[in-house]
Design a protein around this ligand. Sequence first.
Ligand code: NAI
Length: 349
Amino acid sequence: MEPIKIAFFDAKPYDIQSFDTVNSAYGFSFKYFNAHLSVDTAILAKDADVVCIFVNDPLTKETIDLFKSFGVKLIALRSAGYNNVDLRAAYKNLHIMRVPAYSPFAVAEHTVALMLALNRKIHRAYNRIRDNNFTISGFIGFDMHGKTAGIIGTGKIGKVLIHILSGFGMKILAYDPFPDIEFAKANDVTYVDLQTLYRKSDVISLNCPLSKETFHMINEKAIAEMKSGVMLINTGRGHLIDTQALIEGLKNQKIDSAGLDVYEEESKYFFEDFSNQILSDDTLARLLTFNNVLITSHQGFFTKEAMKNIAETTCQNIRDFFDDKPLINEICYHCNNSVCQKKKNGKCF
Ligand code: NAI
């Protein structure tokens, strides 16, 4: 029997290494493409049974129609988030599977890395000391202990983050439309409405998915409600924040510092090397002028453990699909909070 053929978009050397390692147990035929998915590049998958994409590969109605016409049967996301997928267009056309949890620890720990670096000005200290300047003025931080963290989204990542921040002795406020009351009781977490969370938190972390409801949830109005001097961390998705409103909040010093692992227009830049080019995105360029803004290039997930889990779960998703097993990691537009309302025989359709 011919091996199952899988076309990878946006495949970087680290993806190739982890998938090639895991594939010894599966025997799939992989074709790796560096290109992002678009209407123009979709043709690369014309012989594939499965297309494997990442967070900045937009799976639109047009690319879905093209894949369907090529005979592609499954889209395997190498990510947890699926805001890049037109689920309505995919329904009854292509099955979509994802990796719901590869390492909530990776993203939660990166969130804390951003918090600590911003609070204690580690990024500035590193540069200052390389210039033989051993002064510390301007680097004063605050004790995390006793401060209030507001966590928006208490799913897998939010919960790990809460455990870590509780270890620092922070008070935890949380907002989630699907609160986990048992978890809150056991971990001394207080669920509050968003306004209260904005008003009372010293540090706010976004750990919810991007959706119609959460698009630009951090806007001018939300920032106005926040404590003066708040630290804002976004490891969720770029469009959770209205970047222009963030810039205004930084300029008028309502926001003391911001840690961003994601950015609204990241698909143009993140994961690529532009070091020999001029940055044409004025908004990103403005963000980079603030020394109290720390930007990382969507690397929250990037640990050895997470990469191994992504490759293993993706391969197992594909194997389950072709073995006609229940698709536990399938998503469709009926899936609310990852539980499909319409699943029959373990499949969304
Ligand atoms: P999860 O599905 O376990 O948890 C998400 C939580 O957000 C759920 O409890 C859900 O009820 C809640 N939620 C839904 N709508 C909300 C709203 N309007 N306001 C507040 N909370 C809301 O997902 P997980 O694994 O915790 O990931 C969270 C997000 O982190 C993902 O959706 C993804 O966008 C992002 N992510 C970022 C990564 C990175 O490398 N920076 C890697 C992995 C995920």
